[in-house]
Write a protein that binds this ligand. Sequence first.
Ligand code: ATP
Ligand code: MG
Length: 314
Amino acid sequence: MPGLMNKEIIFFGGKGGVGKTTCSSAYSLNLARKGYKTLVLSTDPAHSLGQIFQVQMGDEPRKLDANLYGIEIDPEVESKRYINRIRQQMQGSFSVNIIAEIQRQLDAAYHSPGAEEAAIFDRFIEVIDLVGKEYQRIVFDTAPTGHTLRLLSLPELMDRWLQGMIERRRNVNEMMRMASVVDKSLEERIKDDPVMRILLDRKQRFEKAKKFLIDDKRAGFVFVLNPQQLPILETEKAISFLERNGIPVEGVIINRVLPEKTDGEFFKKRKEVEDRYMKQIEEKFGDRILYRIPLMEYDISGYESIDSVARIFG
Ligand SMILES: Nc1ncnc2c1ncn2[C@@H]1O[C@H](COP(=O)(O)OP(=O)(O)OP(=O)(O)O)[C@@H](O)[C@H]1O
Ligand SMILES: [Mg+2]
C-alpha cells in the first residue's frame, strides 16, 4: 500500500479486541524492516505492546527491534505529569499568593472534562514533533474507538476546553482589574498573566497538531475490524465521524478471517456466516480494504507471531 507507507503518522483504531495492538505492532515492524526508523506508541491504558515485544515499556522510547522503538503512555499518569509540568514552569517567578491561585486554577483544569485528552494530546504533539527528525514514521496504537474518537475530535473538543479555560481566566482577570483600582497589589497578577500565557501557548500547540492531522495530510487513520456485525457498524460510524472532522482515513484491515478451507460442519457454517459479513465489508468499504489477515491458530503474542503478520503487510 504505497499511499499508506508514505504517511508519516498512522493511527490504528477500532473496536475493543479486534486486533489494533497486533496490527499496529506488526505494521511498525514492517516499516522498520523497510528501513524507516519507526516509533510505535500506545495510548491504551491496558498495556500490551510490551507483551508482544517482551520489553518493559514506559514513557520514554525503548528499543524493540532494529530501527524500531516504542512508548506506552498511561493517560492518568500523563495528565498528572501534564499538570505538574505546568506547575513547575510557574515556580519561582511569582509570589506565594499567586502560586496558590494558579494551583486552584490547575486543579480545576485537572478535573474538568477533556483534561486527560488534553494531556495525551500534549504528549502526542511532543511526539509528532519528532517525525522527520528523530523518527521517519510514527505509529499510534490507540485505545478502543470511543476513547480515540474523543481524542481525535480535538480540533473541536480541545478548542472548546481551552477556550472555556481562557474565558474563565479572562473573567478572573477582568475582576482583578476592577479590584486593582483599590488594591494596587493586584496589578502584578494581571500584568503578563502566566496562566493566560500557558493557556494560549497550549492553544497554539493544538493548532499546530490540527494542521498536521488535517491540513498537511501527513497523518492518516487505519481501522482494524473483524468480519462481525458490531465491528463493522462501529467502523462505519467512526469513519464518517473522522471524515466529518477532516481527518484522512486510509482504509480498513480485516483481521481474524477464517481460512478458506475449514474442517467440519461447525466451521463450515461459521465460514458461511463470515462470508456474509465479508460481503457487507466489501459493500461498505470496497476499495478501502487494505489487507486481510487470517485467524491464526494461536494468540498473537511474542515476536514470532507478530512477524507472521508483519509479512502480510509485505
Ligand atoms: N489474526 C489473529 N489470529 C489469532 N489471534 C489474534 C489475531 N489478531 C489478534 N489476535 C489475538 O486477539 C487478542 C486481541 O488482539 P489485540 O490485543 O491486538 O486487540 P486490540 O484491538 O489491541 O485490543 P484492545 O482493544 O483491548 O486494545 C490478542 O490476544 C491477540 O493475540
Ligand atoms: Mg490494544
